[in-house]
Design a protein around this ligand. Structure first.
Ligand code: ATP
Ligand code: MG
Length: 278
């Protein structure tokens, strides 16, 4: 796992134990249901994600993949089912609580961030995490600590910039980046939170092949460090070549789950793809 530079004592008081017990299942989703009016977007989905593995979540358009991600990370509150992360029930978690648990999804760089530099964009998530503690800066004895935190934050920013080899665009406005560079920044922002698991929803969309390879190399490198990945992606070959396990969703539930080779030969999966809009 990555070095922890933001110490546990600096987490908010209601933060969970930063050293939870590890087990082989990083994330488990059981009987997840999410309805929007008459549409059942997620209809009893159940699956498990192994710790330290790269798992692909695939399925035709509208299968419920993004909605599942949103239910896991608290954007949507599920109508039924449970979500467990590292053995803890996190069902109905608030989006801002996810980071404290070590669970992070990538965010698109919002329009209001476009005028900020890459460096400023990277400072933001961790600063939000330190959040209200800044009030301590008014106390003389705490000021030094706040300054130390800010120094460490900046060190972390440069570490992440170096990791993604984007130091040269540190002062560039996010709005001026190419599609691929923007994806790198989105991943870099997620890493600033020092997560244990990353949920990536179509991280390669609009990325040219060269940058796609680079991004994949970074993901593999992070996986070797112990990070867990769950990736939604439409490029089947990419998923089959890079993921140890694949989960197939169809009409809101899980159709098949297993090693890539078992998935490609699964008749139900073939039918779901050929019978759908693909
Ligand atoms: N906020 C929402 N309000 C109403 N319906 C929604 C909402 N979000 C998703 N849906 C519907 O739920 C279903 C599942 O959508 P979802 O975005 O989860 O699919 P997906 O598997 O991510 O598809 P894609 O591969 O196209 O991204 C679709 O029918 C979609 O129209
Ligand atoms: Mg989607």
């Amino acid at each position: 796992m990555s070095d922890t530079e933001i110490e546990s004592s600096e987490l908010p008081d209601d933060a969970v134990d930063p050293e939870p017990q590890r087990n082989d299942v990083e994330l488990s989703v059981d009987g997840l249901v999410k309805r929007f009016g008459g549409i059942t977007a997620v209809d009893g989905a159940s699956f498990e994600v192994e710790s330290g593995a790269m798992t692909g979540l695939i399925g035709p358009n509208g299968a419920g993949k993004s909605t599942t991600f949103h239910c896991i990370t608290g954007i949507h509150r599920p109508d039924a089912g449970t979500v467990r992360f590292q053995g803890r029930d996190i069902t109905g978690i608030r989006p801002y609580e996810c980071a404290d648990y070590g669970l992070v999804r990538t965010f698109q760089i919002a329009r209001e961030m476009a005028n900020m530099t890459v460096l400023e964009n990277l400072m933001l998530p961790a600063q939000n995490q330190l959040g209200e503690q800044l009030w301590r800066s008014v106390l003389p004895f705490a000021r030094q600590e706040v300054e130390r935190e800010e120094r460490e934050l900046l060190e972390r920013v440069w570490e992440v910039l170096e990791f993604f080899e984007i130091e040269h665009i540190a002062e560039e406005k996010a709005g001026n980046l190419s599609g691929g560079q923007r994806k790198l920044l989105e991943m870099a922002r997620a890493l600033m939170i020092e997560p244990e698991m990353l949920l990536l929803d179509e991280p390669f969309a609009g990325v040219n092949p060269t940058l796609e390879h680079k991004l994949l190399d970074h993901i593999h490198e992070l996986r070797e460090e112990g990070y867990t990945f769950l990736i939604v992606e439409h490029d089947m070959d990419l998923i089959m070549e890079n993921c140890e396990r694949v989960i197939v969703m169809h009409q809101g539930s899980v159709l098949a789950e297993g090693a890539p080779e078992t998935i490609t030969s699964n008749e139900q999966v073939i039918e779901a793809y050929l019978g759908g809009e693909v």
